[in-house]
Design a protein around this ligand. Sequence first.
Ligand code: PLP
Length: 387
Amino acid sequence: MPQDTAALPPIGLFDVRAQQALIRPEIDRRLAAVLDSGRFVQGPEVEELERALATFAGTAHCVGVSSGTDALQIAMMAEGIGRGDAVFLPAFTYTATAEVPLVLGATPVFVDVDPVTFNLDVEDLRRRLALVKAEGKLRPRAVVGVDLFGLPADWPAIEAICAEEGMFALDDAAQAFGAALGGKRLGNWAGAAALSFYPTKTLGCYGDGGALLTNDADKADLYRSLRTHGEGKTRYEVMRTGMNGRLDTIQAAILLCKLPLMEDELAARARVAAGYDAALSGKVQTPARPEGAESAYGLYSILLADEAQRGRVQEACKARGVPTAVYYPLPLHHQPAYREAHAGAIAGAPPLPVSEALCKRILALPMHPYLDDAQVARVKEAVLAGL
Ligand SMILES: *Cc1c(COP(=O)(O)O)cnc(C)c1O
């Protein structure tokens, strides 16, 4: 029988409170400074944050923007992506990855994912690229690799394909800020990396925010222009069609308070993951640990044998006060909004069996840096009880 959980401290899937308690005085001080300055848009905190994020990631440039979605959009606008262009991206990801090419008039081409890493399957990418080229209807323009749940995608392979085909490699690192591959943090792979500061991401603000990391100075200038209506050297010179995509000063101030905790928090996430791995590996499929990759553990998702077993684990967790969630219940090519685009991209496109199966079997467990050993133990027991 599940123990009475009412007396135990609640477990959150994410945590935005424990961290705040650690830095609340600093947040109050920083917010008061912004309120006093009155510079709510493009205040000095934005540039200070951009420098700090670039230093943290080891990239030359960082451009703060209004969200992860807008970061993707600005990066694609900078490449001139639009009508007639094919943008390859995984079918198993958050909706924003596919939404952006459609907003720009381009066509998302859904690619299946690897059953172990859950990231873009490079062989399937090659297969679909060949089909698009053979049909000749769409121009292959970009590949968006997603570092799902915090684990870096296979960037050396994606970059090689993009280089061969003259496509832009864009890293949707919204779930993975802090992750590294081959000793280099994300932001140093692909042409640019899009970050999200949505509150539950590895680095989250208290609203919406995002950034682009790149080592290309010209692209960084273009991103700055695009986030402010395509402005030129002066504010009233419009060089190109842009958007209102700025990061606001208050969110930058909050992120400046949180960034100093980031290294410790990444280590704490890795400790929680190692604890789960030790108890669960061999019993369920635990997150992959490819050679040379360091996950940021934005999420910790296990793979159950089938939908029925997932249902039993969900129930067992619920009964024990352990929250779980399904990212994602539906592959993007089955979403009502994207079905038509999928059907129109490649005539008789091959199926996406891995993405479809993962949606039925995946389950995210609580993952944040402030889970203590007792809470990790409760999560493990609840999962094991449901198997
Ligand atoms: C969160 C997320 C986004 C979008 O970020 P927002 O800041 O919410 O716009 C894009 N892609 C992925 C994979 C995400 O998880």
